[in-house]
Design a protein around this ligand. Structure first.
Ligand SMILES: NC(=O)c1ccc[n+]([C@@H]2O[C@H](COP(=O)([O-])OP(=O)(O)OC[C@H]3O[C@@H](n4cnc5c(N)ncnc54)[C@H](OP(=O)(O)O)[C@@H]3O)[C@@H](O)[C@H]2O)c1
Length: 320
């Protein structure tokens, strides 16, 4: 039992990416060797969670619950190596174990809070360090409300919903883009929503007239604007980039924890995302409502607005 617990700790700690985490890994490793030599084999086993030669790699942000969890299981069942991400280590490790127990794919958990650019940068650096390829990136993590319900600032001083849903994914994507391009043909999906509200460039951080619904809807539209420009930039690169509203009121903690009544299954949303990951003739630069191509809010087709958002996102995140 102690051996299993130790492996569990090492798998969790090993993946956090920061030098501090590496120190902890070394400490655990030394402690393991000192406590009993029977731990040597399991420790070697802990190294299994790296991709096999030729194995495709998928990263799904926010895959500790809800839609992301289901996507992680599906991509694992396709034989991929899945990078599971979230803030909750226990749930993250459960997802890793679920994937590995399917016996087809492999997985590894990375913890990073998207409310912190420092953690996003450490996460991005860790992925670039640990993976030579990235075939699928699904920017799925999201929040629909702040902890207290009111306007909340991230540790970087930005409106929290905008940072978690849009800015941090912008930063992570820009960091990981070279891997996606090197691994082409590859796919990128930004999980947005049908809830969309134009960004007011005079008050992006919603200092006036904040509401949770407005914060969520502007952040989700920002993801669509970002997707459209990214798809243009990547034309001819072999990286297919799309965005979607997966399904309405899926049965996930985002809906149920807020007292909402689910109207759709997680499977419906996952089917829509998987179409964008696997369909051979889906094209790039699209917005989808479930399985169907659709039109997003008008602002997504306004080049000037897209340019403003891109410049602002670069300025606020320092993204490459
Ligand atoms: N549910 C719906 O009906 C619906 C409809 C349209 C669009 N969507 C979109 O679908 C996506 C998934 O939603 P869901 O319903 O599956 O939500 P969910 O069950 O609440 O899952 C959200 C995921 O995001 C992660 N996350 C949240 N805040 C984070 C942070 N600060 N840093 C890192 N990870 C964070 C969570 O991980 P931890 O808990 O481990 O932090 C969790 O894995 C979201 O982008 C949402 O906007 C959902």
């Amino acid at each position: 039992m102690a051996g299993i617990e130790l492996i569990r700790k090492i798998k969790i700690t090993d993946v956090e990416g920061a030098p501090f985490a590496r120190t902890k890994v070394v400490a655990l490793f030394v402690a393991a060797l000192m406590s009993t030599s029977t731990l040597t084999a399991p420790l070697a086993g802990a190294q299994v969670s790296t991709p096999r030669p030729g194995q495709q790699v998928a990263l799904i942000t926010g895959s500790t619950s809800g839609l992301g969890h289901e996507l992680a299981l599906r991509l694992g069942a396709m034989g991929m190596h899945v990078i599971v991400h979230g803030r909750n280590r226990e749930r993250g490790m459960e997802v890793v174990e679920e994937i590995e127990s399917q016996g087809l794919g492999s997985a590894r958990f990375y913890r990073a809070d998207l409310a912190s650019f420092e953690q996003v940068r450490a996460f991005g650096d860790a992925i670039l360090r640990d993976y030579e390829r990235l075939d699928v990136l699904i920017n799925n993590a999201g929040i629909a409300r702040t902890p207290g319900g009111g306007r909340t600032l991230s540790e970087d001083g930005h409106e929290l919903v905008f940072q978690v849903n849009h800015l941090s994914h912008f930063l992570l994507t820009r960091m990981l883009l070279p891997r996606l391009v090197e691994s082409a043909p590859s796919r990128l999906v930004n999980v947005s929503s049908g809830a969309q509200q134009p960004i007011d460039f005079d008050d992006v951080m919603l200092e006036n007239g904040f509401s949770g619904g407005r914060a969520y809807a502007q952040s989700k539209l920002a993801q669509i604007l970002f997707t459209f420009d990214l798809a243009k930039e990547l034309e001819g690169s072999g990286v297919i980039v799309n965005t979607l509203h997966p399904a309405t009121y899926m049965d996930t903690p985002m809906v149920t924890a807020g007292g909402g009544t689910p109207r759709a299954t997680v499977d419906e949303g996952a089917d829509a995302v998987m179409q964008l990951v696997t369909s051979p003739d889906i094209g790039s630069g699209g917005y989808f409502l479930g399985l169907r191509r659709a039109r997003a809010n008008n602002q997504a087709y306004d080049e000037e607005a897209r340019g403003k958002l891109w410049a602002l996102s670069e300025e606020l995140t320092g993204a490459p």
